[in-house]
Design a protein around this ligand. Structure first.
Ligand SMILES: O=C(O)c1ccccc1N[C@@H]1O[C@H](COP(=O)(O)O)[C@@H](O)[C@H]1O
Length: 212
Protein backbone atom coordinates (compact mmCIF):
# COMPACT_ATOMS: atom_id res chain seq x y z
CA UNK A 1 0.00 0.00 0.00
CA UNK A 2 1.31 3.46 -0.80
CA UNK A 3 -0.08 6.48 0.98
CA UNK A 4 -1.18 9.13 -1.52
CA UNK A 5 -2.33 11.33 1.33
CA UNK A 6 -0.38 14.34 2.49
CA UNK A 7 2.10 12.93 5.00
CA UNK A 8 1.27 13.41 8.66
CA UNK A 9 3.72 15.49 10.68
CA UNK A 10 5.00 14.64 14.15
CA UNK A 11 7.04 17.26 15.96
CA UNK A 12 9.05 15.39 18.58
CA UNK A 13 10.88 16.56 21.68
CA UNK A 14 8.29 19.08 22.86
CA UNK A 15 9.19 20.49 26.28
CA UNK A 16 7.10 23.68 26.63
CA UNK A 17 3.49 24.74 26.17
CA UNK A 18 4.59 27.55 23.87
CA UNK A 19 6.40 25.15 21.53
CA UNK A 20 3.41 22.79 21.57
CA UNK A 21 0.90 25.53 20.80
CA UNK A 22 3.00 26.94 18.01
CA UNK A 23 3.49 23.50 16.42
CA UNK A 24 -0.26 22.84 16.56
CA UNK A 25 -1.10 26.26 15.16
CA UNK A 26 1.37 25.60 12.34
CA UNK A 27 -0.46 22.37 11.44
CA UNK A 28 1.32 19.57 13.32
CA UNK A 29 -0.70 16.37 13.54
CA UNK A 30 1.20 14.90 16.46
CA UNK A 31 3.46 16.01 19.30
CA UNK A 32 6.14 13.78 20.81
CA UNK A 33 7.23 13.74 24.46
CA UNK A 34 10.57 12.09 25.22
CA UNK A 35 10.42 10.01 28.41
CA UNK A 36 14.08 9.05 28.22
CA UNK A 37 16.20 10.86 30.78
CA UNK A 38 19.55 10.86 28.93
CA UNK A 39 17.98 12.90 26.12
CA UNK A 40 18.32 16.70 26.23
CA UNK A 41 14.63 16.69 25.22
CA UNK A 42 13.55 14.60 28.19
CA UNK A 43 10.41 15.83 29.93
CA UNK A 44 8.87 14.97 33.30
CA UNK A 45 5.41 13.35 33.18
CA UNK A 46 3.93 16.22 35.21
CA UNK A 47 5.05 18.79 32.61
CA UNK A 48 3.98 16.59 29.69
CA UNK A 49 0.55 16.21 31.32
CA UNK A 50 -0.02 19.97 31.34
CA UNK A 51 1.04 20.30 27.71
CA UNK A 52 -0.99 17.30 26.53
CA UNK A 53 -4.12 18.60 28.25
CA UNK A 54 -3.61 22.06 26.75
CA UNK A 55 -3.64 20.94 23.10
CA UNK A 56 -7.05 19.29 23.29
CA UNK A 57 -8.38 15.96 22.06
CA UNK A 58 -7.80 16.29 18.32
CA UNK A 59 -4.00 16.34 18.45
CA UNK A 60 -2.18 13.04 18.78
CA UNK A 61 0.08 12.98 21.82
CA UNK A 62 2.90 10.45 21.57
CA UNK A 63 5.06 9.22 24.44
CA UNK A 64 8.55 8.08 23.44
CA UNK A 65 10.31 5.41 25.51
CA UNK A 66 13.68 3.67 25.14
CA UNK A 67 13.84 0.27 26.86
CA UNK A 68 11.74 1.57 29.75
CA UNK A 69 10.33 -0.85 32.32
CA UNK A 70 6.66 -1.87 32.41
CA UNK A 71 6.29 0.12 35.63
CA UNK A 72 7.75 3.28 34.10
CA UNK A 73 5.50 3.19 31.04
CA UNK A 74 2.44 2.40 33.18
CA UNK A 75 3.22 5.17 35.64
CA UNK A 76 3.65 7.67 32.81
CA UNK A 77 0.34 6.59 31.30
CA UNK A 78 -1.34 7.09 34.67
CA UNK A 79 -0.19 10.72 34.63
CA UNK A 80 -0.18 11.81 30.98
CA UNK A 81 -3.08 11.57 28.50
CA UNK A 82 -1.08 9.93 25.70
CA UNK A 83 -2.83 8.77 22.53
CA UNK A 84 0.02 6.62 21.23
CA UNK A 85 3.22 5.03 22.56
CA UNK A 86 6.50 5.12 20.60
CA UNK A 87 9.06 2.46 21.46
CA UNK A 88 12.53 3.46 20.28
CA UNK A 89 14.61 0.67 21.83
CA UNK A 90 14.73 -3.11 21.70
CA UNK A 91 11.18 -3.69 23.00
CA UNK A 92 9.37 -6.79 21.74
CA UNK A 93 5.85 -6.87 20.27
CA UNK A 94 4.69 -8.60 23.47
CA UNK A 95 6.08 -5.78 25.62
CA UNK A 96 4.70 -2.98 23.43
CA UNK A 97 1.17 -4.38 23.19
CA UNK A 98 0.43 -4.64 26.91
CA UNK A 99 -0.52 -1.01 27.58
CA UNK A 100 -3.91 -0.88 25.80
CA UNK A 101 -2.66 1.94 23.57
CA UNK A 102 -1.80 2.01 19.87
CA UNK A 103 1.95 1.83 19.50
CA UNK A 104 4.62 2.74 16.98
CA UNK A 105 7.82 0.70 16.86
CA UNK A 106 10.95 2.55 15.76
CA UNK A 107 13.77 0.85 13.91
CA UNK A 108 17.23 2.21 13.31
CA UNK A 109 18.52 1.56 9.81
CA UNK A 110 21.82 -0.10 10.68
CA UNK A 111 23.89 -1.46 7.80
CA UNK A 112 22.23 -4.62 6.51
CA UNK A 113 19.01 -4.07 8.49
CA UNK A 114 16.14 -5.65 6.56
CA UNK A 115 12.89 -3.72 7.07
CA UNK A 116 10.14 -6.11 5.94
CA UNK A 117 11.08 -9.09 8.19
CA UNK A 118 11.39 -6.65 11.11
CA UNK A 119 7.86 -5.34 10.52
CA UNK A 120 6.53 -8.90 10.68
CA UNK A 121 7.87 -9.24 14.22
CA UNK A 122 5.38 -6.54 15.33
CA UNK A 123 1.91 -7.66 14.19
CA UNK A 124 0.24 -5.43 16.80
CA UNK A 125 2.03 -2.20 15.87
CA UNK A 126 -0.09 0.60 14.43
CA UNK A 127 2.90 1.89 12.49
CA UNK A 128 6.65 2.14 12.33
CA UNK A 129 9.34 4.81 12.39
CA UNK A 130 12.45 4.24 10.31
CA UNK A 131 15.29 6.30 11.78
CA UNK A 132 19.02 6.71 11.18
CA UNK A 133 21.50 4.41 12.90
CA UNK A 134 24.32 5.85 14.99
CA UNK A 135 26.10 3.34 17.23
CA UNK A 136 25.37 3.92 20.91
CA UNK A 137 22.69 6.56 20.33
CA UNK A 138 19.05 5.40 20.33
CA UNK A 139 17.66 8.33 18.35
CA UNK A 140 17.41 12.07 17.95
CA UNK A 141 20.77 11.96 16.18
CA UNK A 142 20.06 14.61 13.53
CA UNK A 143 21.45 12.19 10.97
CA UNK A 144 19.65 10.71 7.99
CA UNK A 145 19.95 7.34 6.28
CA UNK A 146 19.91 6.41 2.61
CA UNK A 147 16.31 7.10 1.69
CA UNK A 148 16.38 4.51 -1.11
CA UNK A 149 16.29 1.91 1.71
CA UNK A 150 12.83 3.12 2.80
CA UNK A 151 10.17 0.76 1.33
CA UNK A 152 7.96 2.91 -0.92
CA UNK A 153 5.41 0.10 -1.04
CA UNK A 154 4.32 -1.34 2.30
CA UNK A 155 1.03 -2.50 3.73
CA UNK A 156 1.97 -0.94 7.08
CA UNK A 157 2.11 2.82 7.85
CA UNK A 158 5.79 3.82 7.70
CA UNK A 159 7.05 7.11 9.13
CA UNK A 160 10.32 8.62 7.97
CA UNK A 161 12.68 10.09 10.61
CA UNK A 162 16.31 10.99 11.01
CA UNK A 163 17.98 14.26 10.12
CA UNK A 164 14.93 15.84 8.52
CA UNK A 165 14.72 19.64 8.35
CA UNK A 166 12.78 22.31 6.42
CA UNK A 167 15.25 22.18 3.52
CA UNK A 168 15.37 18.43 2.91
CA UNK A 169 11.92 17.18 3.90
CA UNK A 170 10.28 17.77 0.52
CA UNK A 171 12.94 15.74 -1.29
CA UNK A 172 12.71 13.09 1.41
CA UNK A 173 8.97 12.72 0.85
CA UNK A 174 9.36 12.46 -2.91
CA UNK A 175 12.03 9.77 -2.40
CA UNK A 176 10.15 7.69 0.17
CA UNK A 177 6.36 8.31 -0.07
CA UNK A 178 5.94 7.92 3.69
CA UNK A 179 2.73 7.80 5.71
CA UNK A 180 4.28 10.45 7.95
CA UNK A 181 7.43 12.33 8.88
CA UNK A 182 8.93 12.78 12.33
CA UNK A 183 11.39 15.54 13.23
CA UNK A 184 13.18 16.68 16.31
CA UNK A 185 16.64 18.27 15.98
CA UNK A 186 16.04 19.76 12.53
CA UNK A 187 13.48 22.26 13.88
CA UNK A 188 15.34 23.32 17.02
CA UNK A 189 17.17 26.44 18.16
CA UNK A 190 19.00 24.27 20.69
CA UNK A 191 18.32 20.75 22.02
CA UNK A 192 14.90 20.79 23.66
CA UNK A 193 13.93 24.22 22.31
CA UNK A 194 12.03 24.50 19.07
CA UNK A 195 12.63 27.24 16.53
CA UNK A 196 9.16 28.60 15.63
CA UNK A 197 10.26 29.59 12.13
CA UNK A 198 11.78 26.20 11.38
CA UNK A 199 8.72 24.38 12.74
CA UNK A 200 6.41 26.40 10.50
CA UNK A 201 8.71 26.06 7.49
CA UNK A 202 8.94 22.29 8.02
CA UNK A 203 5.19 21.80 8.23
CA UNK A 204 4.57 24.06 5.23
CA UNK A 205 7.12 22.12 3.18
CA UNK A 206 5.20 18.92 3.94
CA UNK A 207 1.62 20.17 3.65
CA UNK A 208 2.00 22.85 0.99
CA UNK A 209 4.86 21.95 -1.37
CA UNK A 210 5.04 24.21 -4.44
CA UNK A 211 3.89 21.43 -6.78
CA UNK A 212 0.71 20.46 -4.90
O1 LIG B 1 14.64 13.14 20.38
C1 LIG B 1 15.38 12.48 21.13
O2 LIG B 1 16.14 13.03 21.93
C2 LIG B 1 15.35 10.99 21.08
C3 LIG B 1 16.02 10.27 22.06
C4 LIG B 1 16.01 8.90 22.04
C5 LIG B 1 15.35 8.21 21.06
C6 LIG B 1 14.68 8.92 20.05
C7 LIG B 1 14.67 10.29 20.05
N1 LIG B 1 14.02 11.03 19.06
C8 LIG B 1 13.53 10.44 17.86
O3 LIG B 1 14.61 10.31 16.94
C9 LIG B 1 14.13 10.46 15.62
C10 LIG B 1 14.97 11.42 14.79
O4 LIG B 1 15.28 12.58 15.43
P1 LIG B 1 16.04 13.78 14.64
O5 LIG B 1 15.00 14.49 13.82
O6 LIG B 1 17.10 13.16 13.78
O7 LIG B 1 16.61 14.66 15.71
C11 LIG B 1 12.68 10.85 15.73
O8 LIG B 1 11.91 9.66 15.55
C12 LIG B 1 12.51 11.29 17.15
O9 LIG B 1 11.20 10.96 17.58
Amino acid sequence: MTFEIIPRVKICGITTQADAQHAVNSGADALGFVFYEPSPRSIAPSAAREIALSVGPLITTIGLFVNASYEEVSSTLDQVPLSVLQFHGDETNEFCRQFSRPFIKAFRMAPGFDVEPALEQYPDASGFILDAYKPGVPGGTGQSFEWHRFPRESDRPLILAGGLNPSNVEGAIVATKPYGVDVSGGVELAPGHKDPEKVMAFINAVKHPPWR
